[in-house]
Design a protein around this ligand. Structure first.
Ligand SMILES: Cc1ncc(COP(=O)(O)O)c(C=O)c1O
Length: 437
């Protein structure tokens, strides 16, 4: 199945060999490695990327789903052009971070106050610290399959069997107060709250479980978690690093109508430049005030935090999204729905059981029945997911194998039709090879 891929990508193969001699394992993010070797990008614009062999792809990975306006949108490029001569890095406060903060406050229900950093992993680390500092409790309940970046404590139970550390070098003690529970299962969260006997600081989850399968929270689940949290003096916290400014302007919290106490954002909010942020109720966030004498929570390092380039890129993106929200979000949702229904229809027509999960512009095709949690998503079809992604790459479409994808404002109805048609061709090739799933 990878022959077609390899014959088109000899230049990427050569670069990967070279990369392995200088970069550990040849990559700078583990998710970017896939068999037999990843393509190397030479250029990107709009909904397209080009690899080192000159192949053009319609891109649905979109920079880890950070690029809601596509690659190098004019509004962001113009903002960066204007900012660069005035400084690429201040290491001091500027009006820009206030403006971006105010923009976020307008849209995100829980964002009474916030702090900017450079990555999502930092933001989730800060969130854990704030939750513990505020409540004086230790346990963080997260979801099996929940990915919160390379945060030492939370890097647990992301992959099967969903109950242990993801990495050698992390001590068991460092993760002993992090508990994984099944997503979309209120009873599982209730049982963990009971087991932890009054020591739970926060229930922290992605409203759409991302790396765990692109699975949306079921109706009533987030509200139920909020009520559970309230009953026990626990904070409800959302990781909106994927969903923020993507499923709606105010994120998944607005879409579901459930306001958490704390939340993390990144990706879209940085307009394609590095950003993480933690935000929440003023009462909690005020613990980060450096003039505080008691209960001071030390968050907010980062040489490059509130970097002016990120601030202007984020501002340009969020202002564009607000101005065009009435068109952008329904259009993204329509395209996302078209992708999900279209792909599933193509596979169903060929007798292949497939289910494309997601919400709004987000999607990921599973081979097997529709999963409602990461355990189910991991049960079957991993190999087919890999083949499907490679099969699409040979047909000029890029998705990172096994990871969620996202439509951007630069994708068109024609791109969607193309993706659906190419998925059909892949389904045909499966039947031709006599594959039973
Ligand atoms: C839900 C979620 N949280 C946190 C992170 C980590 O963000 P970063 O890669 O910027 O550290 C990611 C990254 O993919 C994510 O999807």
């Amino acid at each position: 199945m990878s022959e077609g891929y390899e014959s088109r990508t000899a230049g990427s193969r050569r670069l990967f060999e070279r990369a392995k001699k200088v970069l550990a394992g040849g990559v700078n993010h583990n998710a970017r490695f896939y068999e037999p070797y990843p393509i190397f990008v030479s250029k990107a614009k709009g909904q397209h990327i080009w690899d080192e062999d000159g192949n053009r792809y319609t891109d649905y990975w979109m920079g880890h789903m950070a690029l809601i306006l596509g690659h190098s949108p004019e509004v962001v490029v113009d903002a960066l052009r204007r900012q660069i001569p005035d400084g690429t890095h201040y290491g001091m406060g500027s009006k820009l971070s206030i403006e971006l903060g105010e923009e976020i406050q307008k849209d995100v229900p829980c964002a009474e106050a916030m702090r900017f950093c450079n990555t999502g992993a930092e933001a989730t680390m800060y969130l854990v610290r704030l939750a513990r500092g505020f409540t004086g409790k230790r346990v963080i309940i997260k979801m099996a399959g929940g990915w919160h970046g390379y945060n030492t404590e939370l890097n647990k139970g992301v992959h099967r069997p969903f109950d242990r550390t993801e990495s050698a070098g992390i001590l068991e003690e460092e993760q002993s107060f992090v508990k994984n529970v099944r997503f979309n299962d209120l009873g599982a969260a209730e049982a963990e709250v009971k087991r932890s006997r009054g020591d739970v600081a926060a229930i922290f989850l992605e409203p759409v479980l991302g790396a765990g399968g692109c699975i949306p929270a079921e109706k009533g689940y987030l509200k139920g978690l909020g009520e559970l949290a309230d009953r026990h003096g626990i904070l409800l916290a959302f990781d909106e690093i994927i969903t923020g400014f993507r499923v709606s302007l105010g994120g998944a919290q607005e879409w579901y109508g459930v306001t958490p106490d704390l939340a993390t954002f990144g990706k879209v909010a940085g307009g394609g430049l590095p950003l993480g942020l933690v935000c929440g109720r003023e009462e909690i966030m005020s613990l980060a005030d450096p003039t505080r004498k008691e209960k001071f929570v030390s968050i907010g390092g980062g040489t490059f935090s509130e970097n002016p380039l990120t601030m202007v890129a984020g501002l340009a993106t969020l202002r564009y999204l607000r101005k065009n929200a009435k068109v952008v979000y329904p259009s993204l949702a329509r395209m996302g729905e078209g992708v999900r229904k279209g792909i599933d229809g193509e596979f169903a027509d060929r007798g292949v059981e497939a289910h494309t999960a997601g919400l709004g512009s987000l999607f990921l095709t599973h081979f097997g029945s529709a999963p409602v949690n990461a355990e189910q998503a991991a049960l079957e079809g991993k190999e087919t997911k890999q083949k499907y992604a490679l099969g699409l790459m040979t047909r000029g479409i890029f998705m990172l194998p096994g990871h969620p994808s996202g439509v951007s404002t630069t994708h068109t109805a024609r791109d969607v039709q193309e993706l659906v048609a190419r998925s059909g061709e892949f389904a045909d090739s499966l039947s031709r090879n006599g594959k039973r799933l």
